[in-house]
Ligand binder design. Structure first.
Ligand code: AMP
Length: 517
């Protein structure tokens, strides 16, 4: 009897583990306890990695970072190819009590120089090809290398290192700094706490029903919130495994699909996969969930995807500063063109001139909750402008919330066109153009105009040779108030996009700055 009681108690009282003192790591690790020999990642053209190996390697990296002088709160800046070792470096940095600072692999040395000067990391890990250049700009930081095969001086630094007990860190301590893409002015470092990351990913795991049975196709970059936190953290928190790909590759994604259950992508993943005849209902039969975010998904893509695969893509919305804020429902109507409802624990409101607007009216979206970041690194004024004392964060996205609660993103506040004193929301014009026959997609911008301040310009990508700019202008006449109609329609082969699939309206505005000069 006594023995039975003891056994029961053992089952009920969770045994403390070596990871318990570190808020984020203990949570990311919990689902894999007792599953150490199960595969976490199947990796294209490399050996698979188990959960046990993942965390053991991360511990060795943590030990190496501490021996290089990393103390709690120190930044570890990382500009490397996507490898499973880079994921271990993220986990290892957080285990060491450090702050992970991933940098877009597309950044040039002069851009990286700004980030290193601003963030003053203790350690920088870069590709061996850039080692010399990085040493020149790294100041006092120690420089290590990691290549696209997981090799480099980081690997040498962990040889012979044993286990590591993660450094104690609480919910409000920083786990990461991610620089925003900086479409206006200097790029800002968004400070994310252990709780920001853990709470958002735990909620997404439950909302999107991720479990150990899932196999996620992980093809997003890991220098961005989407691939690093949404994909990686959700998989780890669920104890799910991943098909780990170095980047978007239609062959590899289609090959993985019959073994997988979920894909997280940006809209361009979906448009490119639709171009491939191998995407069929049969190939997607084992999949239970396709998620899209980071840029607007065209209604057309949503519809074509459903026709071809039988699946309705689940679109969600978030940003570096807020993690994920809204999502279409798992059960229920996934409404194309909308980003769904505020997620559990996230409050959302739309304001214009300091006042909340009526349902369906457009204004600036603000969000509040444990998902919202701690402020911009060493930019108290910028932080004060965007993060209000009562916790509301001004996203800078123009949006509306329908009477039934669905949120629709209309564009960035700064992309709003003001012509002759009237506001033009680009999305309204783009939606009409996109619906015209022969149009693939469009971007509407405002450029300097001598009479109107700004003139509306439509940059349109045709999907038929017959499309004429004049035809577009004529079709819009009668559908839109005169001031909203483009003063110029330009046909181009494609729109400029960044790696996350976002249309670069700033680049378009620069290209066409002199159009009305
Ligand atoms: P980032 O911080 O790089 O993740 O960029 C965040 C921005 O991407 C948001 O402020 C939105 O402007 C945009 N964004 C993210 N998800 C969506 C979506 N589903 N639809 C439209 N825009 C989105």
């Amino acid at each position: 009897m006594a023995l039975a009681q003891g056994t029961n108690r053992k089952r009920l009282v969770k045994e403390p583990t070596l990871y318990d003192q570190n808020y984020l790591i203990s949570r990311l690790h919990a689902a894999s306890v007792g599953q150490e020999t199960r595969n976490f990642a199947r990796i294209h053209q490399r050996a698979s990695m188990t959960f046990g190996e993942l965390f053991a390697g991360a511990e060795r990296m943590a030990a190496a970072l501490v021996s290089l002088g990393v103390e709690p709160g120190d930044r570890v800046a990382v500009q490397v190819s996507k490898t499973i070792e880079a994921i271990q470096l993220y986990l290892g940095t957080v285990m060491a009590g450090g702050v992970f600072l991933p940098l877009n692999t597309a950044y040039t040395t002069s851009e990286v120089s700004y980030f290193l000067g601003d963030a003053t990391p203790r350690v920088v890990v870069c590709d061996p090809l850039h080692e010399d250049a990085v040493r020149n700009i790294a100041g006092d930081a120690k420089v290590l290398t990691l290549d696209d095969k997981g090799r480099g001086t980081l690997e040498e630094a962990i040889v012979g290192r044993g286990g590591f007990t993660p450094v104690a860190r609480g919910p409000d301590d920083l786990a990461a700094i991610l620089y925003t893409s900086g479409t206006t002015g200097r790029s800002k470092g968004a400070m994310l706490s252990h709780k920001n990351l853990a709470s958002n990913s735990e909620m997404l795991r439950d909302y999107w029903r991720f479990t150990k049975a899932d196999v996620l196709i992980h093809a997003l970059p890991i220098f961005h919130t989407h691939g690093l936190f949404v994909a990686t953290n959700v998989a780890l928190l669920a104890g799910a495994s991943v098909e780990f790909l170095a980047g978007f590759n239609a062959d590899q994604i289609l090959d993985a699909m019959p073994r997988a259950t979920a894909l997280m992508g940006v809209p361009t993943f979906y448009t490119r996969l639709l171009d491939d005849p191998r995407l069929t209902r049969a190939r997607a039969a084992n999949m239970r969930l396709f998620i899209s975010g980071s840029a607007p998904l065209l209604v057309d893509t949503h519809e074509k995807w459903e026709d071809r695969t039988g699946h309705r893509i689940l679109e969600r919305y978030g940003m570096t500063e807020t993690n994920m804020s809204t999502s279409n429902p798992y059960d229920g109507d996934r409404r194309a063109g909308t980003v769904g409802f505020p997620l559990p624990g996230v409050e959302a409101r739309i304001r214009k001139d300091g006042q909340e607007v009526e349902a369906g009216e457009i204004g600036v979206l603000e969000v509040r909750g444990d998902n919202v970041f701690q402020g911009y690194w060493q930019m108290p004024e910028k932080t004060a402008e965007e993060l209000l004392p009562d916790g509301w964060f001004i996203t800078g996205d123009l949006a509306k919330i329908d009477a039934d609660g669905y949120v629709t993103i209309v564009g960035r506040d700064k992309d709003l066109v003001i012509t002759g004193g009237f506001n033009v929301y680009p999305k309204e014009v783009e939606a009409l153009i996109d619906d015209l026959p022969g149009v693939l997609e469009s971007a509407v911008i405002g450029v300097p105009h001598p009479d109107f301040g700004e003139g509306v310009v439509a940059v349109v990508v045709p999907d038929a040779d017959t499309l004429q700019a004049e035809g577009i202008a004529m079709a819009l006449d009668g559908q839109l108030a005169k001031f909203k109609q483009p003063k110029k329609v330009l046909l181009v082969p494609e729109l400029p996009r960044n790696t996350m699939g976002k249309v670069q309206k700033k680049a378009l505005r620069e290209t066409y700055a002199d159009l009305f000069a």
